[in-house]
Every structure is written in structure tokens, then in C-alpha cells.
Design a protein around this ligand. Structure first.
Ligand SMILES: [Zn+2]
Length: 708
């Protein structure tokens, strides 16, 4: 129970758009060769439950855990078996019970069940805090940690270290007085974070523009903006309003006004971020860390602040020139555009220009017809095709449980249930249960995400307890005369999320807390980001495609080419923007409490943006964009670099092992055993080096962006 993190893979959410598709349904399932599969050795969860049962089971799980903690805390002769193994076994069995209970709130039609599920979630969160601060348990854990048995296997040794570390990070190794100080500072930090989000959520600022000032906006955007009595249009600072204005408004002064207004929409948060940075520095020092970044990174693949600095600095150096070239190209486009409109040219490309000219470049030089492309991805065929690709690379088999089978147990009639098998030995061996919940419903989770519902592990007798995992998506449901057609971005997202699901299923860890997806936060996205490459490979796109009116008709080369060419337009510029956030975040969180108290965050943010991104801010050097970005405030503090970190290693893995032959089953098996199979049971950088056969490098990532 202690280690579970439901929905952690939905960290980087992708939202789906609904779309209308032309009538004329003709669906033929993608045929996949399959060996016949026996009855799975572990039945699927039942999904039949009442609201009261959700609460009863949650309370019972908490009680049992508390009792086990009491026993561990009272242990007079602590050993690996009676403390650590006992702790891990409780965790293994409890996560299998409670994780499905908190899943109902995301997917169930019955409001009572959803409410009970939410309540269960809160009960567990509260218990989690209580359990993490038990001195008696820590004393027993610490005794085992200090006298590690010599013959312990590496995964069990890692287990001891991770459990001890969790308590130590909670301050339990500190004298009482110091620990109380940490608790008080954390309380203040938590209140500061809550206030920051509240300000952000309740922000309701807007700007008013005449139709002329908004010239260039598509008619659909005018329709969506609220019209005032005086004929002006109201633009709020919500994304659906701001984005099209920055993208389409021809008037530079309008875009500048929007940019400045947007950056300064919650200035009250500036002071709150400064306070949080100072509090974090103080807490880190009390806990014995040099800086907050070192505290955070201790539990990440990156390990410490100097590794992150080196990673970001190196990337920046290599991207710098290409970034300047991209800015230059956009500036030339800007001046051509201004001249054509009879306006004076300008010397610089400003922050409020980038989206507009990036879009103009896409329109002029990279015409991609996304509607037409989607005609080649009818949902049923695309999904079967994607499962088939996974089957052949990773030697797997997905067997759908028929609607009339007594094995079928689901939370909604639309849900598809699969037993998943590994096939490399020639006879199918069970790996776990997999669900696809594809279509939108009222009150269902609105994005696409993988939910790990039960993690795999080996029990005391060495028998495998198999994982259960689900993909929740929101594809339009096909009807008799309207097929569901996937956009290319949706194909990519599905592939990505499926990657998280597979990570869970092929996990082979001894303890549930290390299985599959349970890896360091800065590596959790890498396997799925790597799999996205398949959806940009010309041969794979062709293979996967089949026109919905005649599935034997593949996408033509020209259409594929136009899509692939558009993948990295202004890629260096985009990455430099991410680098600005990543480096700013590290600057904030590598300060001593004294330095943090003196820090001028506004100056730092604006100076770094201009230096790193090469986009100018003109006379707007004091805007407060950092006060509107929740990432720095909570969850991603000292962790923003993680987006780029995992992308760089995803590219390295793909280029090294799969680029030449994306369907190579030998590389697939090696990847399955060395990377995803090991999950978090070993250091992830060790796994990566083992798989690559050398030190990881950013060369492939740079090559993707056209830098050699
Ligand atoms: Zn993901």
C-alpha cells in the first residue's frame, strides 16, 4: 500500500479531441495470427462491488496494515524477514486490494461508487501520512538497514534501502526538536502551494479587443469569444482563447498585449513561489541535504543536481546554433510578412511573435492534411494493428475475452478485456490482465491514460501473482453509419499509453513496488516516448494505415512524407524553451536558504529566457510568467528537466536498437528483459547502459532535430 501511485503514468496528459467523420462504415478487423491460449491461471478481478464494500475493504486494509506496523514496531529482534519482508508482503497484497478500489472514481457510471472510491482515496492518503511518520517502525527498519545480511539478493537489498530512505526523508532520523521544525515548515509549504493553485484556478482576468484588432482569427474563434454590448470581443486568459489569438492575430500590438497580460495574470503568486523556494531550501538543509534539488534528485535516475546541470548545459550548447538559425528564419518570415502588409520591418523576433510565425511557416511550407490522414486510421483496424506490432516486437499475445465468456468481468459493457501471454517459448505463458476502455461516457476520466490496477510480484512460494492494467481513452464511438477515425496524434498517444500498459505486464520484479512502471520519475516516460517513434516511421505508418472505405488502400507516400516532415519544425526552438524552464527550475532549487531569501526570481526568469531561447522580450523584461506555471510550485520542483531527460534516452534507445529494423524481435526481447522487465528493481541507469552496451548519449536526440 505504501508504494502505490495510481495514475502516475498520466503525469504527462494528452487530451483527445472529438471529431466528426464522414459516413460509410466498412470495418474489417486487422487479422493477427494467434496461438490458441489456455485458461489463465489467475482469474480477473470481479468489478462487482457496492459503495459500502469499497469503504469496508479500504478500512479493513488500513486496519491490517496498522496492525502489521504495530508488530514491526514492537519487534525485539528485528531481522530482514520479520521487518522488511513482512512490510513488503503487506504492501504486495494490499496494493492489489486497494488500487482497484480507488480506480472506480475515474470510470464508473454509478455516482455512489465514484463517491465511495474518492472517499477511499482520501482515507488511504491520510493513512499514508500517518504510516510514514511512525518512529517505532523506523527504529526496526533502521536496525535491519544498519546490519544488512550479507547473503541478501540485490533486489531485496534495494528494498531495505528504499524503505529506510523513505522514513529518513520524512525526518525520522533527526532529533525530535529538529523533526518538529521540518513538520512545521512542511505545513507552511503545503499551505503556500495550496494558495498558489487557488490563485491560479480562480484567476478570471480578460482583455477586450475590437474585431479589427483581432484580424486573422478564424471565424470559429470569433464565435467562441464572448461579444460585448459595444461590439468588442472578450478574450479570457484560458488556453482555448489565448492560444488562437497568439497563433492567428496579425496585429503585433494585439499579440504583445495578450502575451504581457497572460504572463502577469496572477502576480500575487510571485511572492508565494519565492516563499516556497526559501522553505524548501530550509527543509532540505535540516534533513541534511545541500539543496532542495539534491533532496529531490536522490530518488531519481539523475541522482544529483550536478548531473542534471551537466545534462542541461551540454544539451543547450549543442542546440544553441540551430536555435539561432530557427529564430533567424522566423525573423525573415516576419519581415517578409510585414513588408507584404506595407508595415515597417523590425530587427527582432519577440516572444509574442513565435507562435504566429511558427504557424505561418507550417501553413506555407508544411501543408499537412490531418483530416485526410485520419481517414486511414479507422479505430478498430488501428488498434488491432498496434496490438499486432507489440505482439511481434515483444513476443506477446493479446487474447480478447469474448462477450459471452464467463471469464469476462468488466466495469462497463463497452470495456474490452484481454488476457496477455508471452510466446517466446513456443507455448503461451500468462502475463496478466489488460483492459481497454475506449469511449467517452459522462463522468469518465477525460484524457488518455494508463492505470496500473495491480502490480505483479512473486509470493513466498515463488509463485507469480500477475498484474492487472487498464488503458482509459476517449475515442468517439463508431455507429452504424459513422466510423471512428483516429488522428495521427491519437495513434501516437494510444501507442504511448499502450507502452505504459506493457511495461506493467512484462514486469518481472520480485516485489510489487519495483514492478513494471514503478521506476524513477525521470525515467517512467522513456519507454513510452521510445514507442512513439514507431508511429513516425514511414513503413510502420504505411503498414498500419488502411482507408476506412477500403482497408486494402494504404496511405500514399506523399501524404506520409508530408506528415513525417512536419515532426520537428522549429524543434530546437521548442527544446530551448523547455531548457529555459528546466534550467530556471534548477537555479531556483539549488540555493541555500540565505541565497534563496535574496533571490530576485523575476530578474532571473526573464534574463534566462532571453539568453537561452534567443527570442527577445523588447521592453517587457519584468513579466511574471513563472508565477503562472504550477510545475515549479509543486510536483515538478527540481524535476522539470525530466521531460527532456527521458526524451533524450528514449531517442538513444530507439536509434541504437530499433531504427534500422523497428520490428526486430531480438532487439525487442532484449529490451523486454533489460529495460521494462526489470522495472525499478535495479538502478535505471545501469539497465540503460546494459541495454545500450555503452554510456547513454544525446546524439540521437540531436540528430532527430537535425543537429549532427
Ligand atoms: Zn506517459
Amino acid at each position: 500500500m505504501r508504494g502505490w501511485r495510481l495514475g502516475s503514468r498520466s503525469l504527462f496528459k494528452h487530451s483527445f479531441t472529438r471529431f466528426w467523420s464522414p459516413p460509410g462504415l466498412h470495418i474489417r478487423p486487422f487479422t493477427r495470427s494467434a496461438m490458441s491460449t489456455p485458461v489463465p491461471p489467475q482469474p480477473a478481478p470481479s468489478w462487482k462491488i457496492t459503495a459500502q464494500e469499497i469503504l469496508d475493504r479500504t478500512n479493513k486494509a488500513i486496519e491490517q496494515n496498522r496492525k502489521i506496523d504495530d508488530e514491526i514496531g514492537a519487534e525485539t529482534n528485528p531481522t530482514f524477514e520479520n521487518v522488511i519482508l513482512k512490510y513488503a508482503r503487506a504492501e504486495d497484497t494490499e496494493q492489489a486490494v486497494v488500487t482497484p478500489l480507488v480506480f472506480y472514481q475515474r470510470v464508473h457510471e454509478d455516482k455512489d461508487l465514484r463517491d465511495a472510491s474518492l472517499k477511499a482515496d482520501q482515507l488511504l492518503q491520510d493513512y499514508y501520512i500517518e504510516a510514514g511518520t511512525r518512529e517505532d517502525v523506523y527504529k526496526s527498519v533502521r536496525k535491519v538497514y544498519d546490519n544488512l545480511p550479507k547473503d541478501l539478493d540485490p533486489e531485496s537489498k534495494r528494498l531495505v534501502q528504499k524503505i529506510e530512505l523513505k522514513y529518513r526523508r520524512n525526518g525520522l532520523a533527526l532529533p525530535k526538536e529538529q523533526r518538529d521544525k521540518v513538520v512545521a515548515l512542511r505545513k507552511e509549504l503545503s499551505n503556500t502551494t495550496i494558495e498558489f493553485s487557488k490563485n491560479l484556478d480562480s484567476e478570471d482576468g480578460f482583455l477586450l479587443f475590437t474585431r479589427e484588432e483581432l484580424d486573422g482569427l478564424p471565424e470559429r474563434v470569433f464565435e467562441q469569444l464572448e461579444k460585448q454590448d459595444d461590439g468588442k470581443f472578450k478574450m479570457t486568459f484560458k488556453m482555448p482563447d489565448v492560444q488562437p489569438v497568439l497563433q492567428y492575430a496579425k496585429n503585433g500590438a494585439t499579440r504583445k498585449k495578450v502575451f504581457v497580460g497572460y504572463e502577469n495574470r496572477v502576480t500575487a503568486n510571485s511572492e508565494l513561489l519565492a516563499r516556497a523556494v526559501r522553505l524548501r531550501a530550509e527543509i532540505a538543509q535540516l534533513l541534511g541535504y545541500k539543496t532542495h534539488a539534491d533532496y529531490v534528485l536522490e530518488e531519481r535516475m539523475a541522482k544529483n543536481a550536478s548531473n542534471v546541470r551537466e545534462f542541461l548545459t551540454n544539451l543547450r550548447q549543442k542546440l544553441d546554433l540551430k536555435g539561432k538559425e530557427e529564430v533567424q528564419k522566423l525573423l525573415e518570415l516576419k519581415n517578409k510578412d510585414l513588408q507584404a502588409r506595407g508595415l515597417p520591418t523590425e530587427e527582432k523576433l519577440y516572444s509574442w511573435d513565435t507562435r504566429f510565425y511558427d504557424n505561418l511557416l507550417l501553413e506555407q511550407e508544411y501543408k499537412v492534411d490531418h483530416e485526410k490522414i485520419s481517414e486511414y486510421f479507422p479505430m478498430e483496424r488501428a488498434i488491432n494493428g498496434m496490438l499486432a506490432i507489440f505482439e511481434s516486437i515483444f513476443s506477446l499475445q493479446f487474447t480478447e475475452v469474448p462477450k459471452d465468456s464467463d471469464q469476462r468481468k468488466v466495469w462497463h459493457e463497452d470495456v474490452r478485456q484481454y488476457s496477455v501471454w508471452k510466446t517466446e517459448s513456443g507455448k503461451p505463458e500468462f502475463l496478466g490482465w489488460f483492459y481497454l476502455d475506449l469511449h467517452p461516457r459522462p463522468n469518465k476520466y477525460g484524457h488518455a491514460a494508463n492505470f496500473s490496477l495491480s502490480s505483479g510480484y512473486y509470493d513466498d512460494n515463488g509463485n507469480r501473482v500477475f498484474p492487472v492494467t487498464a488503458l482509459v481513452c476517449n475515442f468517439t464511438k463508431p455507429t452504424a453509419n459513422k466510423p471512428s477515425l483516429l488522428k495521427h496524434s491519437e495513434v501516437t498517444t494510444f501507442f504511448h499509453e499502450l507502452g505504459h500498459g506493457i511495461h506493467d505486464l512484462v514486469g518481472d520484479a520480485k516485489y510489487s513496488r519495483f514492478n513494471g512502471n514503478s521506476v524513477d520519475w525521470d525515467f517512467v516516460e522513456a519507454p513510452s516516448q521510445m514507442l512513439e517513434f514507431w508511429t513516425w516511421n514511414k513503413d510502420q505508418i504505411k503498414e498500419l494505415s488502411g482507408h476506412y472505405l477500403d482497408e486494402s488502400k494504404k496511405m500514399d507516400d506523399e501524404l506520409i512524407e508530408s506528415l513525417v516532415k512536419s515532426k520537428h519544425v522549429n524543434g530546437a526552438l521548442f527544446t530551448l524553451r523547455q531548457l529555459h524552464f528546466g534550467m530556471f527550475d534548477q537555479e531556483l532549487h539549488t540555493k541555500s536558504p540565505e541565497e534563496a531569501a535574496k533571490l530576485n526570481i523575476c530578474e532571473l526568469y526573464n534574463r534566462m529566457r532571453q539568453e537561452i531561447s534567443h527570442v527577445d522580450q523588447g521592453d517587457q523584461q519584468q513579466v511574471h510568467g513563472y508565477s503562472t506555471i504550477g510545475h515549479f510550485m509543486g510536483g515538478y520542483d527540481a524535476g522539470y528537466y525530466g521531460y527532456l531527460w527521458s526524451e533524450v534516452f528514449a531517442a538513444d534507445m530507439y536509434y541504437t536498437k530499433f531504427k534500422a529494423n523497428p520490428l526486430d524481435p531480438v532487439a525487442g526481447m532484449e529490451y523486454r528483459t533489460k529495460i521494462i522487465g526489470r522495472g525499478g528493481s535495479r538502478d535505471q541507469d545501469e539497465n540503460l547502459r546494459d541495454f545500450l552496451g555503452r554510456e547513454p548519449s544525446n546524439a540521437a536526440f540531436l540528430e532527430e532535430l537535425g543537429i549532427n
